[in-house]
Design a protein around this ligand. Structure first.
Ligand code: ATP
Ligand code: MG
Length: 368
């Protein structure tokens, strides 16, 4: 198959809000590294507005408004339109067709077992209100997104692993029935455990737009400070500075695990060489929560300040941002239409590609 040797990335986000620190550590940071590695033939980033509508059916304006937020966040973290194709899902009709075909390759029982979707159904109250069929089956549409670009690499956070597994099953089944047509993808998740699923500022569930427990990439320094000082609980048993403290399950340390490096210590907290030394002191007693939070805010600002500055630049040039998104989407249209044609041919539903079916039909009728 023509594309099997190529290294192609597909990844994306739902335009349900501005992007947050969980996106950054779980996915965006890795995307920028992959982009700059020069090892990939294609990097495609999809703004999944159709998928966002599966649980926001009554609020289309929210999705429309957040398209600009998501593309601005992409550009602000350093994703480069010269190297990346940014595109919008709803403008790629091939994805809808593929989803429709793949639906037949998946059972409802299999979809019901998806642990991420199960948790999201609970979280959104769909268990009581009734579950939209579109939301229930969105992992199938993700399989369409990934395969439409012939992607073999999908950099995502940990919550997406069941989706990639589902995609792999669809690909294997499709290729078994219709012949080798689709590329088998592989998920790439961060090595650092804390980055795979960053918790919200409350330290409980994963940081998620839908849960309102986020530090957004575009938050002001004042908001970041309020979130850290006001919302982050440390160790409840660490009452006095000299008491021994716990670092496990302590959200301040979870964030430091995900974000800080030895250079941050050299610059802001030189009494420790690294996070291990700082943790040891906290566990022994004698290190106050105020110092830990102050350091975390410095680390956060080190990450967020350049992103904010870039965002401000792009915000002044929305016409260009629009053009970038449209050019990428048109390119992706062509790309995904080609895959659809290949799929339809494999499925023998390519009647109008050329007139060759006439010969087949005539033969069939003469042999009757
Ligand atoms: P929503 O609440 O609308 O589902 P979300 O915050 O979960 O939004 P998505 O757009 O669903 O964000 O996720 C986009 C990408 O970011 C996925 O690859 C996902 O794995 C990753 N991601 C999202 N939240 C986190 C997190 N807290 N930690 C690590 N990765 C994350
Ligand atoms: Mg999500």
């Amino acid at each position: 198959m023509e594309n099997t040797q190529k290294q192609i990335i597909l990844t994306g986000d739902r335009p349900t809000g501005r992007l947050h620190l969980g996106h950054y550590v779980g996915s965006l940071k890795r995307r920028v590294e992959l982009q700059n590695s020069g090892l990939y033939d294609e990097i495609n980033i999809l703004i999944a507005d159709d998928q966002a509508l599966t649980d926001n059916v009554d609020d289309p304006q929210k999705i429309r408004s957040n398209i600009v937020n998501v593309i601005l966040d992409y550009l602000s973290v350093g994703l480069d339109p010269e190297k990346v194709t940014f595109c919008v899902q709803s403008a790629l009709p091939a994805l809808h067709s593929l989803t429709f075909y793949y639906m037949n390759l998946v059972t409802t029982a299999r979809l019901s077992r998806n642990p991420t979707v199960k948790a999201e159904i609970q979280m959104r109250g769909f268990a009581d209100e009734g579950l939209p069929a579109g939301f229930f089956s969105y992992p199938v549409s993700q399989a369409a997104d990934i395969t439409a670009f012939d992607a073999n690499i999908v950099p995502v956070g940990e919550d997406q692993l069941p989706m990639i597994e589902q995609t792999r099953e669809i690909v294997e089944k499709f290729n078994r029935i219709y012949g080798e047509t689709l590329v088998l993808p592989k998920a790439v998740i961060p090595d650092n455990e804390m980055q795979r699923r960053l918790p919200g500022v409350d330290g409980k569930a994963k940081m998620s737009k839908s849960l309102g427990n986020c530090i957004y990439l575009s938050d002001t320094p004042k908001t970041v400070k309020t979130q850290v000082n006001g919302k982050m609980f440390t160790d409840p048993t660490h009452l006095r500075i000299e008491d021994p403290g716990h670092t496990e399950g302590n959200v301040v340390f979870t964030y430091l695990d995900a974000l800080c490096c030895d250079d941050h210590f050299a610059e802001y907290l030189p009494q420790y060489a690294n996070l291990d030394e700082m943790k040891e002191h906290y566990r022994k007693g004698g290190l106050g929560d105020g110092v830990c939070k102050k350091f975390l805010i410095q680390v956060l600002e080190e990450t967020l300040t350049p992103i904010r500055t870039e965002r401000q630049k792009w915000e002044k040039d929305i016409d260009t941002v629009y053009d970038i998104l449209m050019a990428g989407t048109l390119k992706a249209q062509e790309r995904t239409n080609k895959t659809l044609a290949r799929v339809q041919k494999a499925m023998k539903i390519n009647y109008f590609e050329d007139r060759s079916v006439i010969k087949e039909w005539k033969k069939l009728l003469t042999n009757k």
